[in-house]
Design a protein around this ligand. Sequence first.
Ligand code: 8YV
Length: 325
Amino acid sequence: IPPPVDILMLKAMHPDVMAEVERHFTLHRLDTTPDPEAFLRTVGPRLRGLATGAQAPVDRALLARLPNLEIVASLGVGYDTIDTAAAAAQGVVVTNTPDVLTDEVADLALGLLLATVRQIPQADRYLRAGHWPRQTYPLTPTLRGRTVGILGLGRIGRAIARRLEGFGVAIAYHGRRPQADVPYAYHPSLLEMAQAVDVLLVVAPGGPETNGLVDAAVLEALGPQGLVVNVARGSVIDEAALIAALQAGTILGAGLDVFAREPHVPPELVAMDHVVLLPHVGSASVHTRAAMGRLVVDNLIAWFDGRGPLTPVPETPWTAVGSER
Ligand code: 8YV
């Protein structure tokens, strides 16, 4: 029987994920090792797999310390913190956890949109503060009559659009290319879409290609009734421009699940009452996080059983036969 495969974890993951990894492999934790430098020097060359949550970056420097690494199994659909080019160059396959979180994130996006436009958290705070007996809550803006523009019509964007169909709003989208099989209006330019809609729902992946895509001009084009909802990555929006637009009333409000420098949330946002702020909880239900964790472990098991990765990312295409345990 070959010795168990050595797997590295950068930070603690969900206890169930860690238990499952330990059931099949030898688990090493970088965050609890007293001398990470010495650990990487001595154990680094033995490590063949890496399991990670998206928060801990997997960069070129780290990959270089793991010369015999075969697979990075990442928890989450987004993998902008992983240097996939460096991984590909090193022959390392990267996997993410698509599909299993699509409906959960889409549900949250709709909840956040409704919370933002109808001021649900604000109304809750109003009631708890005891204001209701003195005065009814002020009338709110509405979703009625709006056109929602989806930035990034991928798996999650489509799931959001399907839900929006039930809400009776007009739907438009922007992405790199039009998609033949959807009935929604395609805008080749984000700026032009922003002019045509009054809700901008951000679902595009993070990374250099989308960095700061939603800038001051796009926000201004949304107009004074405009709402921004972001369930993707904080980096897709120019956060300073968003704060300025919210302060100036260039747009009406925002619902944000993600921020540029998590878990840091700019105090300017916290101070404003016309924004709804969530601590990156899009996929964070017990049910969905369990499914995501399962898929991380299943990717590792499949790979080391020689079956190849289950859900490799396109940047590290997998063609050869996987490694055997
Ligand atoms: C998680 C996410 O918060 O899937 C993603 O891209 O942002 C979330 O599901 C994160 O990946 C967990 O580490």
